[in-house]
Design a protein around this ligand. Structure first.
Ligand SMILES: Cc1cc2nc3c(=O)[nH]c(=O)nc-3n(C[C@H](O)[C@H](O)[C@H](O)COP(=O)(O)OP(=O)(O)OC[C@H]3O[C@@H](n4cnc5c(N)ncnc54)[C@H](O)[C@@H]3O)c2cc1C
Length: 260
């Protein structure tokens, strides 16, 4: 069971170059591609160029990176919605996921159920702020273990009251009742699909809240993943290591914003 967050990129955008060629042929035009640009970045560029049909002679000298930077700078962010990734996020707390799923637009979620999944062996995740203090860590471990023990005891005690329901609904009733004693720090897993615009919104809104350590850690993981997947979509974000040893994601002001 993971006790630290892990982020797996399990699906990513794939441009169909042949279909794009067919489209360009039908339109009797062409597209000069930037060497080494990735599929996601090219999808964003193509979507942007469709708006102005800026192919062939109408294509400027801009590279894909410059084209995307300009789109972002101009606030034409809807184009980034065409690039979509799926992630599996594990080793995060239910407290974190509560905040995470507040992001509604451009996010789709599937999360581990505490009704269908027996949480008797659930791991709880110790916050770094507690890990740094041995006395706090002792209190935390004692309390979490007591909760876990209570959960297991309740599973044994309640079944008699669930005889009215079908077996499946009886188990749901039982686990729903027993989970009420589980701590907010219990580990969960989330399958999440997010588009490029929404990832940027999440990073901008959540990445640099100094006191929210778990959110900082996860934001940094998303930024690192995106730097591998489509670096130009997050080129205006930076990773900063703070004195507490944890990362912070910060968005640099755009040239347009700087010039007012
Ligand atoms: C520092 C901080 C403290 C917070 N504290 C709390 C708290 O105490 N309690 C709490 O409940 N939540 C809290 N939140 C969560 C916050 O209110 C948002 O629900 C969450 O951050 C998602 O942001 P969002 O709505 O911009 O994102 P999304 O839901 O992804 O929406 C993206 C954007 O789409 C637009 N949009 C989405 N829905 C609508 C709509 N219905 N109408 C019009 N435009 C829409 C908005 O422009 C929005 O920014 C906090 C967040 C932060 C960053």
């Amino acid at each position: 069971m993971p006790e630290v967050p892990a982020l797996y990129v399990v699906a990513r955008p794939q441009l169909d170059a042949q279909a794009i060629e067919a489209f360009l042929d039908d339109e009797n035009t062409s597209w000069r591609r930037t060497p080494d640009s990735c599929s996601a970045e090219e999808i964003v560029e193509i979507a942007g160029r469709i708006c102005y049909m800026s192919f062939g002679e109408r294509q400027s000298d801009r590279t894909t990176a410059e084209y995307i930077a300009n789109l972002i700078d101009q606030g034409h962010h809807s184009v980034l919605e065409h690039a979509v990734w799926s992630f599996i996020l594990t080793g995060v707390t239910r407290a974190f996921s509560h905040q995470f799923v507040r992001h509604r637009i451009g996010f789709s979620y599937s999360q581990l159920s505490q009704q269908y999944h027996d949480e008797s062996g659930a791991t709880a995740i110790m916050p770094d702020a507690i890990r740094r203090n041995s006395e706090a860590a002792r209190v935390w471990r004692r309390t979490v273990e007591a909760s876990r023990q209570a959960y297991r005891e309740l599973l044994q005690l309640i079944p008699a009251s669930a005889t009215e329901a079908s077996r499946k609904e009886g188990i749901r009733q039982l686990r729903t009742a027993a989970r009420s004693v589980l701590p907010a720090g219990v580990e969960t897993k989330v399958f999440v699909t997010i588009n490029g615009r929404a990832i940027r919104h999440f990073l901008a809104q959540r990445g640099d809240i100094v006191g929210d350590e778990e959110m900082r850690i996860v934001s940094a993981m998303f930024l690192r993943a995106m730097r591998t997947e489509a670096p130009e979509l997050v080129a205006d974000f930076e990773l900063v290591d703070l004195a507490d040893g944890l990362p912070l994601v910060r968005q640099r002001a755009s040239p347009a914003a700087q010039s007012g």
